[in-house]
Design a protein. Structure first.
Length: 346
């Protein structure tokens, strides 16, 4: 799951409409850098390919976690803790290669000093929310299955973001926005009442509730990013992701130690270690590095469409690799949620 990047909210008023970007997991910069008119079509195609690779890799995170749950005795909290810790270490190591921080002026330093306490609180809050939404997502995969957990999370997150933007910023939804919300609620209802235990996971209803908790955390992160952006203090998205992963890992560590083993079961130690390494490296550190590198080249509308590869990849892995079967109602709910996300305007 994209844990961070989330699709743009529904239409805002003309005078206060933000420039949103697409997550997982996943997932939490909400505003893209200003696009340069000098980017060539070749550069844009490469950027779209890069974002597509990031989206597909996010779609594999839930499958890797589902296999981990089966072979390692590790719970969602422990898996999230390992993913955050490894992702933070790899992002920190890759930072000099993908991000060059410009020298701050003396005015920037003094401004940073005056607002350091507020930024610290926002960083801690973002890290807590990241830990919440990622753990809830993995719990939804464990309880409801990869296909339903991923679809419900991705379908609900932009809708909750839109509703939050309506309350906080007074953004108007409009007819298209209202239709999107109706579609999303219909899809969630079909998933909730049309999925039997044999078709997805052992507790699909509880899994759906966990997915909604994950979507709420993701939406809250996106709204915090918009509040910062509107006040001119959004900061660098790469550094925000790095800080969020670090805080999330620290917050999850005591919970992971209290709720279960921190290390995989010895009978599948190598396989579990490989999957944990994959979760930290590919759908976390590498995916976010690719996403941030291409984000300034591609417009938000194109990003929203390409990011649909994430739930498609998760659905294919759920059916083809994990052997999940969707009921007719669940399949209709999945299609309805995907249609609702596709209707999201820039």
């Amino acid at each position: 799951m994209p844990s961070l990047p989330v699709r743009s909210p529904l239409p805002a008023s003309r005078s206060a409409r933000p420039r949103g970007t697409a997550d997982s997991p996943s997932q939490a910069p909400s505003l893209s850098p200003r696009l340069s008119p000098s980017h060539s079509p070749v550069q844009r195609r490469r950027a779209l390919l890069t974002i597509g690779l990031a989206a597909v890799s996010w779609g594999t995170a839930g499958a890797a976690a589902a296999v981990l749950h089966r072979i390692s005795d590790l719970g969602p909290i422990t898996v999230s803790c390992w993913r955050f810790a490894l992702g933070a270490l790899l992002l920190l190591g890759a930072r000099p290669l993908v991000h060059r921080t410009a020298a701050r002026t003396s005015r920037d330093r003094s401004d940073q000093g005056r607002r350091s306490s507020r930024r610290l609180l926002l960083t801690l809050g973002t890290g807590l929310l990241m830990a919440t939404f990622q753990t809830c997502y993995l719990a939804s995969v464990d309880l409801a299955g990869l296909a339903l957990g991923t679809t419900a999370t991705l379908g609900a997150a932009p809708v909750l973001t839109a509703l939050g933007a309506r309350v906080l910023f007074g953004e108007r939804l409009g007819r298209r926005g209202g239709g999107t919300i109706v579609l999303a609620l219909t899809g969630l209802a079909l998933l909730a009442f049309g999925s039997g235990p044999s078709a997805s996971g052992p507790e699909p209803l509880w899994g759906l509730l966990c997915a909604l908790g994950s979507a709420a955390g993701s939406a809250a992160i996106n709204l915090i990013g918009q509040v910062q952006a509107r006040s001119g203090r959004a900061g660098d998205p790469y550094d925000r992701a790095l800080a969020g992963f670090t805080v999330g890992a620290v917050c999850l560590l005591p919970l992971a130690a209290a709720t279960g083993p921190l290390l995989p079961a010895p009978h599948h130690l190598l396989a579990a270690a490989a999957l944990l390494g994959y979760l930290g490296a590919v759908p976390t550190a590498l995916a976010y590095a690719l996403f941030f590198a291409a984000l300034s080249v591609v417009r938000a509308t194109a990003v929203s469409v390409v990011m649909m590869l994430e739930p498609v990849a998760a659905l294919l892995l759920a059916v083809g690799l994990l052997g999940e079967q969707l009921t007719l109602a669940a399949a209709c709910g999945t299609a309805t949620l995907l249609a609702a996300v596709l209707l999201l305007p820039e």
